[in-house]
Design a protein around this ligand. Structure first.
Ligand code: GRF
Length: 193
């Protein structure tokens, strides 16, 4: 598959996908990385790996995607909604990674560390004390509501011993990278059939 990756920040998930392509774990190719933030570190990472990477203005998103001939769009830490036209033209071909076990801790306001802070607060509730507590990551198809599209893959990780939101974020991020590669692999296999 030809993959376009949309980013807004750090780009560690982007790196996981590109690495898996380079190492031959995935047969796809990342054809373009697009960021709505000019200063996103993800753009630097992609360029360093020889991948075309550009800052874009929202009105030109679809044009960039079409020109890249991408047939899968991955939102990897992309913080904006996808325009309606693009959603309609790429039905079932846009996936997002979210750092919680959706439908829990998803939707407006649940992004970045907010997610993990809310998870930590929930874990600390009396009713949960003494029990194993899990967070995790979710890959879902994208629709016009934040984090509400159909769930494609999910993986949980125990965080009972985590003392801070930062610790939870770190633990979840490790499984995010693996899960995202797994999701692309699964989509590749579905495409081959
Ligand atoms: C990840 O936690 C992802 O689940 C969320 O934003 C974060 C992006 O991290 N949507 P990175 O930019 O891939 O390092």
């Amino acid at each position: 598959m030809k993959i376009a990756i949309l980013v807004s920040g750090r780009g560690s998930n982007l790196q996981a996908i590109i690495d898996a392509c380079i190492q031959g774990e995935l047969s796809s190719k990342v054809v373009i990385v697009l960021s709505n933030k000019e200063e996103a570190y993800a753009l630097k990472r992609a360029k360093n790996l020889g991948i075309k990477a550009e800052y874009f203005k929202e009105a030109e998103l679809e044009k960039h995607i079409i020109e890249s001939h991408a047939d899968l769009i991955i939102l990897a830490g992309y913080m904006k909604k996808i325009p309606e036209d693009l959603l309609n033209n790429f039905k079932g071909k846009i996936i997002n990674i979210h750092p919680s076990l959706l439908p829990k801790f998803g939707g407006k306001g649940f992004y970045g560390m907010n997610v993990h802070r809310a998870v930590l607060a929930d874990m600390r509730l009396d009713s949960n004390r003494g029990k194993k507590y899990f967070s995790g990551a979710t890959i879902h198809f994208v629709n016009n509501e934040y984090d509400e599209g159909d769930i494609f893959l999910q993986e949980k990780v125990e965080i009972t011993d985590c003392m801070s939101a930062e610790e939870i974020a770190k633990r979840v991020l490790e499984i995010e990278h693996k899960l995202l590669v797994k999701a692309v692999k699964k989509l590749e296999e579905m495409e081959e059939r």
